[in-house]
Design a protein around this ligand. Structure first.
Ligand SMILES: [Zn+2]
Length: 110
């Protein structure tokens, strides 16, 4: 589970740099289009955090819905992975506004 490994590694690194001894909570934002599965992410987190300074940490995940802007009419709309079509004018010429993010929002340490 590379994504979870990356989150955990970054969190531990940031916590270490700030002189913390323990991570209590990690908050992340994950876009719908990243295809990260919630169950798989949590399972990996539970397994990977063992033996690290994040061993007792809670993982809080904020999912970011997919939104795009139509380049034809300018409408911003929510859509799923399979139907990125403008509901206003029917165009498929769109620019993704959000939905692919994968970032750590906050790390609570002790
Ligand atoms: Zn449109």
């Amino acid at each position: 589970m590379g994504i979870c490994d990356g989150i955990l590694t970054s969190a531990v690194q940031a916590a270490t740099e700030s002189g913390a001894s323990r991570i209590e909570r990690i908050e992340v934002s994950i876009g719908e289009l990243t295809e990260v599965m919630d169950d798989a992410l949590r399972f990996a987190f539970e397994a990977l955090k063992e033996g690290t300074m994040a061993e007792g940490a809670e993982l809080v995940v904020h999912y970011v819905e997919a939104r795009s802007q139509c380049t034809e009419c300018g409408a911003v709309f929510r859509h799923d992975r399979f139907d990125p079509k403008c509901p206003e004018c029917g165009s498929y010429v769109i620019t993704l506004v959000q939905g692919r993010e994968l970032r750590i929002d906050a790390i609570d340490v002790e």
